[in-house]
Write a protein that binds this ligand. Structure first.
Ligand SMILES: NC(=O)c1ccc[n+]([C@@H]2O[C@H](COP(=O)([O-])OP(=O)(O)OC[C@H]3O[C@@H](n4cnc5c(N)ncnc54)[C@H](OP(=O)(O)O)[C@@H]3O)[C@@H](O)[C@H]2O)c1
Length: 314
């Protein structure tokens, strides 16, 4: 990976219908690391500006735009690891003036992934169980929060004991430590899950599937192990499990504007109420982006690594 901080000229002044946004905080997600390594679902030709989400402040508006200079917004397009960008005003989501900027920077990808996986893939009823691995990830924390808001019961699987208490505090019904070698995780009192959310792949998919009801669904949405998800013929044929993938980028392309607006409307409300959010381990100035990326790639960190720009204090 060849990551460099470069100085570029400022973006053009906004034309009619456009705004210029000064980015304040941007996020480092596993997808960004994969993209930097050329291992993601899309491989932009180098050089490219990484980053898929962030929060910024409007610094200039073109004609016909109702947003005002100073408004806090979440840009929806990617390439966010930059200080300023000019883009169509319809491509930003307005946020409240006093919003928690760190949490706002993390709103676009992971909370939406959690909400959509719990609402749009399988008909879930209040009281149904969902089980997920890598549950101390940001998506995992958001699944616990959204699952609770939807009345679901949430079983979390993590690989280290140090991650248990925070998930309990967040409201997880059960937290199981599974290092991949002992007995497979099970739910209390013989319960089974309608839905399993697998971010790891390989044998971890199969271990999670053991807690899913016959006819239930396993969704793979991440490959943290670097291996493709594995499910036995017994699970697929005799137990009738469905294994499917989920990618938020495909959801954006197919969900339609009304559903996208509904999802982000809900998330912005929950953000304001402090009902969605994830832990933050560290913030780095953009000039130290390479250190930030190295930190984000480390095992056992306690939350997200965020990048700040010089406009944060301005
Ligand atoms: N498909 C989609 O649309 C979509 C959207 C968003 C995110 N994702 C995926 O969701 C996953 C989580 O993303 P995130 O941003 O929430 O992550 P994150 O907050 O950066 O946390 C990463 C988590 O993964 C755990 N982990 C890493 N490697 C692991 C392994 N080999 N086995 C078990 N656990 C492992 C870490 O555990 P420790 O704390 O123990 O190190 C940590 O909890 C990633 O795979 C990401 O690509 C997919």
């Amino acid at each position: 990976m060849d990551l460099k901080v470069v100085t570029k000229s400022a973006p053009p002044a906004p034309a009619g219908g456009e705004v210029t946004v000064e980015l304040l905080i941007v996020t480092i997600n596993p997808a960004d690391l994969l993209m930097l390594e050329g291992r993601y679902g899309v491989r932009p030709p180098a050089p490219f500006i990484p980053g898929s989400e962030g929060v910024g402040r409007v610094s200039a508006v073109g004609e016909g735009v109702t947003l005002k200079v100073g408004d806090i917004v979440m840009p929806m397009p990617g390439n966010t690891w930059t200080e300023q960008v000019t883009l169509p005003a319809r491509h930003v989501v307005p946020l409240a003036a006093g919003v928690d900027l760190e949490q706002a920077a993390m709103l676009k990808a992971n909370p939406a992934t959690a909400l959509v996986m719990l609402q749009d893939l399988v008909p879930m009823q209040a009281g149904d169980w969902v089980i997920l691995n890598a549950a101390n990830s940001a998506v995992g924390q958001n699944v616990v929060q959204v699952g609770r808001a939807l009345g679901l019961r949430v079983a979390c699987v993590v690989r280290r004991a140090g991650a248990v208490q925070a998930l309990r505090d967040l409201g997880a019904d059960v937290v199981i430590v599974d290092d991949g070698t002992g007995p497979v995780p099970t739910l209390p009192e013989g319960a089974t899950a309608r839905l399993a959310l697998d971010a790891i792949g390989g044998v971890a998919t199969e271990r999670l599937a053991a807690a899913v009801m016959d006819g239930g669904t396993v969704v793979n949405y991440g490959l943290l192990s670097g291996e493709s998800p594995r499910l036995s013929a017994h699970d697929l044929v005799f137990r009738g499990l469905t294994l499917r993938g989920f990618w938020l980028a495909s959801w954006f392309a197919t969900a339609g504007p009304a559903r996208i607006k509904q999802v982000y409307g809900q998330l912005v409300t929950w953000l304001g109420e402090g009902k969605v959010g994830a832990k933050v381990d560290a913030l780095y100035p953009i000039t130290r982006a390479a250190d930030a990326v190295a930190h984000a790639a480390r095992e056992g960190r306690d939350g997200k690594v965020l990048i700040t720009t010089r406009f944060l204090k301005g």
